[in-house]
Design a protein around this ligand. Structure first.
Ligand SMILES: *Cc1c(COP(=O)(O)O)cnc(C)c1O
Length: 295
C-alpha cells in the first residue's frame, strides 16, 4: 500500500475581496498527501496498485508526456510498493533529461520513447501486443491514470466535511479526478471542473466516465474558459497570479492545473457566479513537481 505522508487538511483563504463578495473559500491540501506521489495521482494509483498486486503482476507500464505528473508519480509509487515500472514517453528523447524524466529514472523507471503517430494508437490491441512482446507481463495503467479504479480512489477525496460545501472545484485533464469527486459527493452540492486543456470534450468525457462507472449525477459542470491556450500553456498574467497567491495566502499552485483552476475560480467569484453566502472548496490536486519544469 502507498503511504500517506500527511492527511490532507482543509485551509481557509481569507481576504477582503472574498469578504466583499460574501464568499467563503477553502482549499483541501491533497498536494500534501505524499512528497512524490502527490494529490490526485496518489488517489488514482491506490486501487490500481492493489489490483496489480492481487493479479500477481510485478511491473507497471504506463504512458505520458515528458512533463507528465502521472509519469513522475507512477515511478515513485512503483518504487515504494516494490514494482518495476516502464514509462512510454510521447515523442523523441531530449537530453539532458528534464526534471520529471530524470526523477522517474532515479526511481528505477525504464523510460522508452514512442513516436507521436504510434503514440496515438497506444490503446489499440496491436500496439499493446508489441509492448507485451517486448517487455513481457505488465499491469497497464492508462495515460493520465484514469480508469474505474482511479475513480474509486478519487471518491476518497470526498468525506462528510467535503460533502457539506456548496461547491467543490477541481482542475481537470482526463476527467478521472472530477468523476471521482462527483461520485464521492453522492449528489450533494455542485461540482465544478476547470479544464486544463483546450476544447470542450471534457463535458462529454466526464459524462461517459460516470456512465461507465454506473452512476448518473447531474450536479456538475466543466468550465473551459481558463486553459490559457491549452495544456501547459501559460502567460505572464497566470504566472503573476500564482506568485501573488503564494505571497498572500502561503499557498503554492502549479501553472498546468491548480493555478488555472484558482485563476478561473477567482474570476468567477469576481463575476458573481456564486451566490453570496456560498461556501466553496477547491481541491489542491498537487502537481507541484511540474513547477520545476518552468523554472
Ligand atoms: C493529473 C492532474 C490533474 C488532472 O487529473 P485528471 O484526473 O486527469 O483530470 C489535475 N491536477 C493535477 C495537479 C494533476 O497532476
Amino acid at each position: 500500500m502507498l503511504t500517506i505522508h500527511q492527511e490532507p487538511e482543509i485551509q481557509e483563504i481569507n481576504n477582503d475581496f472574498l469578504d466583499q463578495k460574501k464568499i467563503q473559500l477553502f482549499v483541501k491540501r491533497e498536494d500534501l498527501i505524499h512528497p512524490d506521489v502527490s494529490g490526485n495521482k496518489w488517489r488514482k494509483l491506490k486501487y490500481n496498485l492493489i489490483q496489480a498486486k492481487s493479479e500477481g503482476h510485478h511491473t507497471l507500464l504506463t504512458f505520458g508526456g515528458a512533463y507528465s505528473n502521472h509519469i513522475y508519480a507512477t515511478a515513485a509509487a512503483a518504487k515504494e510498493v516494490g514494482f518495476k515500472s516502464i514509462g512510454i514517453i510521447r515523442g523523441e528523447e531530449h537530453l539532458p533529461l528534464n526534471h520529471t524524466l530524470s526523477f522517474a529514472k532515479e526511481q528505477g523507471m525504464h523510460i522508452s520513447y514512442m513516436d507521436r503517430s504510434t503514440y496515438r494508437l497506444k490503446k489499440t490491441a496491436p500496439i499493446i501486443q508489441q509492448l507485451r512482446d517486448k517487455y513481457g507481463d505488465f499491469y497497464l495503467v492508462p495515460e493520465g491514470g484514469t480508469n474505474n479504479l482511479a475513480i474509486k480512489g478519487c471518491e476518497e477525496i470526498v468525506d462528510d466535511e467535503v460533502r457539506s460545501f456548496d461547491y467543490v472545484c477541481s482542475a481537470s485533464g482526463t476527467g478521472g479526478t472530477l468523476s471521482g469527486i462527483i461520485v464521492g459527493m453522492q449528489g450533494a452540492g455542485q461540482v465544478l471542473g476547470f479544464s486544463a486543456l483546450k476544447g470542450d470534450f471534457l463535458q462529454k468525457e466526464v459524462g461517459d466516465l460516470l456512465k461507465g462507472y454506473g452512476v448518473d449525477y447531474q450536479n456538475w459542470k466543466v468550465n473551459t474558459d481558463y486553459h490559457f491556450g491549452g495544456y501547459a500553456k501559460i502567460n505572464a498574467e497566470l504566472m503573476s497570479f500564482i506568485h501573488r497567491f503564494r505571497e498572500e495566502h502561503n499557498l503554492p499552485l502549479d501553472p498546468v492545473y491548480t493555478g488555472k483552476m484558482m485563476f478561473g475560480l477567482w474570476a468567477l467569484i469576481g463575476m458573481d457566479y456564486f451566490e453570496p453566502g456560498s461556501k466553496i472548496l477547491a481541491i489542491h490536486t498537487g502537481g507541484l513537481q511540474g513547477l520545476k519544469g518552468f523554472e
